[in-house]
Design a protein around this ligand. Structure first.
Ligand code: IMP
Length: 193
């Protein structure tokens, strides 16, 4: 089976991606290919950051690879935290603190509409391709559920009466931003491979 390196060490993301792509490619993580440094993410767009990570990996390891970058875009906050979602409450990338800040910024606001957006940058045989996935929903007023990661406990996808953190990984993957972006990637791989 051909190898594809996923530019992350986030075990939740790896599980979600392997759940969809595992039958097609052998997915390797950064640590598994010996990339131990923190890859810079200095762009002010998701597309820019995803590309920065995939090119960083390709330039050093010359492997087929892909990277994702995800942002939570909240209508009442003019799209914030967006590309800065990981460091919303500070450089520590603390998910609990990020959720606390989000809930306090939305206190008293009627409009709690939000969306997750993922951009994937794939480098295959030296060429870059990008894919995007979006899921719309609302920000709950308190945390629900214990599955998933990041902002999952406060994000309720449209058409559901529960948070992402109350869904199983498989259920989240069917409708999520990352799941949709990966599905596009899979369709592309089936056409080109
Ligand atoms: P990144 O794509 O790893 O840079 O993620 C940016 C921020 O969004 C981090 O705070 C993540 O925890 C959060 N995040 C990324 N993907 C998800 C998801 O699927 N659910 C909830 N939060 C996420």
């Amino acid at each position: 089976m051909k190898q594809l390196v996923f530019a992350t060490n986030n075990s939740h993301k790896v599980d979600e991606v392997k759940n969809k792509l595992g039958g097609l490619f052998e997915i390797k993580t950064l640590s598994e290919v010996g990339c131990v440094e923190d890859i810079p993410e200095t762009s002010d767009t998701l597309r820019g950051n995803a590309g920065q990570k995939s090119h960083y990996l390709y330039d050093r390891f010359h492997c087929d690879c892909f990277a994702d970058d995800t942002g939570l875009e909240v209508e009442a906050l003019n799209g914030a935290p967006g590309v800065y979602s990981a460091r919303y409450a500070g450089p520590g990338k603390d998910s609990e603190a990020n959720i606390d800040k989000l809930l306090s910024e939305l206190e008293g606001k009627e409009n709690r509409r939000a969306r997750f957006r993922t951009v994937i940058s794939l480098i295959l045989d030296g060429e870059e391709y990008t894919f995007e996935g979006i899921v719309n929903g609302t920000i709950l007023t308190e945390r629900h559920g214990s599955h998933g990661f990041g902002y999952d406990p406060v994000f309720q996808p449209d058409g559901y009466n529960c948070s992402f953190a109350e869904l199983s990984m498989e259920e989240k993957n069917k409708i999520s931003h990352r799941g949709k972006a990966i599905e596009q990637l899979i369709r592309f791989l089936y056409v080109t491979k």
